[in-house]
Design a protein around this ligand. Structure first.
Ligand code: B16
Ligand code: MG
Length: 220
């Protein structure tokens, strides 16, 4: 295969579905019940970060220290808040153009993977009937290390049977862009440039990308 890129790896929350908003609201509700400060700027720092490490970011920001048991208890409460938002999830929560873009990628013969730090990722994929779009799915249930560790993306590439250097990752999180780079992969930031200063390229709309050029030349 002469193409430079052979695997497209998509993060879920904030890249395919606007569940990033529900993660934030879940943490915000927990913080409010505990009297902790949490604003949108801190919320952006939680993007892509696994459940307990995300809670630890909030605790550190508020100068609070808790036992491991208490952390797990509170993280579970946030997860219940998050899952309640998922009950009403529907097509309006899809990132505009994302599904059509993944379909276009697949029509070009490129393999696709979903790689999310979320343990709820499969629930979201099934609720919105998205599972068939991906040749491989890696979720928070498959990994032990949070982004910026590259584990989630390296496992996705392994399951796609594509070399990491031939993969591009789509990510809305600073930590996720770092994880992609740590995996030796190319990375496209999805979202506003000011919160993704580490992304070589940033888009807010998938139609901004020239797919043929990206596949053939990558981002270099
Ligand atoms: P859960 P992604 C990440 O998903 C979210 O961005 C992050 O906010 C969340 O804390 C993390 O999943 C863990 O999610 O508590 O559902 O296991 O962006 O990697 O698709
Ligand atoms: Mg994300």
């Amino acid at each position: 295969m002469s193409q430079q890129l052979q695997g497209f790896i998509f993060d879920l929350d904030g890249v395919v579905v606007f569940t990033d908003k529900y993660h934030y609201l879940g943490w915000k509700r927990l913080a409010d019940t505990q009297g902790w400060q949490l604003d949108e700027a801190l919320g952006h720092q939680l993007r892509g970060v696994s459940r307990i490490p995300a809670l630890e970011v909030i605790l550190q920001h508020n100068g609070v220290s808790l036992s491991e048991d208490e952390k797990h208890r509170l993280a579970e409460i946030k997860n219940e808040y998050y899952k309640a938002y998922l009950h009403d999830i529907n097509e309006n929560d899809l990132y505009p153009g994302a599904v059509a873009f993944v379909e276009l990628v697949r029509e070009r013969g490129i393999k696709t993977a979903l790689a999310s730090a979320s343990k709820n990722a499969e629930t979201v994929l099934e609720a919105l009937r998205l599972t068939h779009l991906f040749d491989a799915v890696v979720t928070g249930n498959d990994i032990t290390r949070s982004k910026p560790d590259p584990q989630v993306f390296l496992l996705a590439a392994e399951r796609l049977e594509v070399e990491p250097s031939r993969c591009v990752v789509f990510e809305d999180a600073y930590s996720g862009i770092e994880a992609a780079r740590n995996a030796g992969m190319q990375a496209v930031g999805v979202g506003e440039r000011d919160r993704l200063p580490n992304a070589p390229l940033c888009i807010t709309d998938y139609s901004e990308l020239s797919l043929g050029d990206l596949i053939e030349r990558g981002l270099d």
